[in-house]
Design a binder for this molecule. Structure first.
Ligand code: GMT
Length: 373
């Protein structure tokens, strides 16, 4: 099939999923065309079957706000016509699905629009009255929909009174990216004195509750020699660093900024902290599981579908720092329990959240929507 994919090319999980999906589809013989403003961090555009079409918005003095969505729709229509796309798979309602719907109208014919909803578009942006109608429209008009967790699927139905079928396709990892590697050198780089190592990976928005990450780290550090790695950037990063400095713990904080691949870093750590307010899936938790590193997460959104409490990680109520500190401390002090939990987490990540499973489900969705390969 000739498949267009549009996603945010930034460091979020949705861009990772769209990129891995596109590369997996190309390996299965499809022709995949990425349409967005920059090459997504994880995408290898030199792979056979992968094409990249850059969207650029002219800097015209009349535009106080550059109309990216319109430039995107125009590019999508152009690519769809030129290469004869069968479908556009849009990741996120705004601007990708709405752009794809407009492109479908422009091109006519049999171009189909498949929309995957990732969460922030529904749980946060979707409830903003200024976007509600447009998200509802994309949900109603897309030819097919998928959601990354049961939680999100049900939330979409409730919020938008949606009666259309929404296919559940969990996010996934490519096991080849998590093959056994010796992470000792990486670990020694961060903890030359044998400290315990925590990690948090996110875009440092309020919803991630970075304060809780810092609180857990500072409290653990009182009793156990512990360091914290922060991967990513965002508005909550600087206040977090300042708080650590105020506590005199800056020597034990390693802020790495954005990284294209995080596997090697996560693999060198002991625990991942993801104490979010809400999380439709929680890719960072899944990546930690695939590394054999237990995630400590909160009981919100789709996280309980990813993490099995006490088996493949730990789940605490949102904001219950005491509980997270206790669970983390127990695991840090008990190497065997932590290793066993990590082993089970890795097994589940490889089996239940496997790239090939997701590829089968997405291919089915494409075939059912377009009427054949
Ligand atoms: O969490 C973010 O702010 C980034 C956003 C994204 O675009 O990747 O994450 C959302 O989609 C991910 C991929 O499906 C999910 O793993 C995240 O849970 C989801 N974020 C939220 O629901 C807050």
């Amino acid at each position: 099939m000739k498949i267009g994919i549009s996603c945010y090319p930034t460091f979020g999980g949705s861009g990772v999923i769209a990129s891995e999906l596109g590369m997996g589809l190309a390996e299965r013989g499809h022709e995949v065309h990425f349409i967005t403003y920059a090459v997504p961090g994880r995408l290898k555009i030199d792979r056979p079957g992968i094409h990249f079409h850059q969207v650029s918005v002219p800097d015209y003095p009349l535009f106080e706000y550059s109309p990216y969505s319109l430039a995107l729709a125009s590019k999508m229509a152009d690519v769809a016509e030129r290469v004869g796309l069968d479908l556009i798979h849009a990741h996120y309602a705004i601007p990708h699905a709405i752009g794809a719907l407009l492109a479908r109208d422009i091109v006519g014919g049999n171009l189909k629009v498949i929309t995957t909803l990732h969460g922030t578009d529904i749980t946060l942006v979707g409830r903003d009255p200024s976007f509600m109608p447009i998200i509802k429209y994309t949900i109603e008009r897309s030819d097919a929909l998928s959601a990354v967790s049961i939680f999100l699927r049900d939330d979409i139905c409730r919020t938008f009174n949606c009666e259309k079928p929404i296919k559940l396709i969990y996010n996934f990892i490519d096991p080849r990216d998590f093959e056994d590697r010796d992470s000792r050198a990486e670990r020694i780089r961060y903890t030359p004195d044998g400290e315990k190592l925590l990690i948090h990976v996110s875009n440092f928005r309020k919803v991630k509750r970075i304060n809780d990450v810092i609180e857990i780290f500072l409290r653990l550090r009182e009793k156990i020699r512990t360091k914290l790695i922060l991967v990513g950037t965002g508005p909550e990063l600087e206040p977090a660093v300042q708080r650590v400095e105020k506590a005199g713990a800056e020597g034990d904080l390693i802020a790495l900024g954005n990284r294209e691949t995080v596997n090697e870093i996560i693999c060198s750590t002991d625990l991942l902290l993801l104490p979010s307010e809400t999380e439709s899936f929680g890719m960072a938790a899944l990546e930690a599981m695939a590394c054999g590193v237990p995630p400590i997460v909160t009981d919100c959104g789709g996280l309980p579908e990813v993490v099995d409490d006490g088996v493949t990680g730990c789940i605490s109520p949102v904001g219950d720092v005491d509980d997270m500190v206790n669970k983390a401390r127990e695991l840090l002090l008990n190497e065997d329990a932590r290793t066993e939990m990590g082993r089970r987490a890795r097994e589940v990540a490889f089996k239940k959240f496997n790239l090939n499973l997701a590829l089968d489900l997405y291919e089915d969705l494409y075939v059912n929507t377009t009427g054949g390969m």
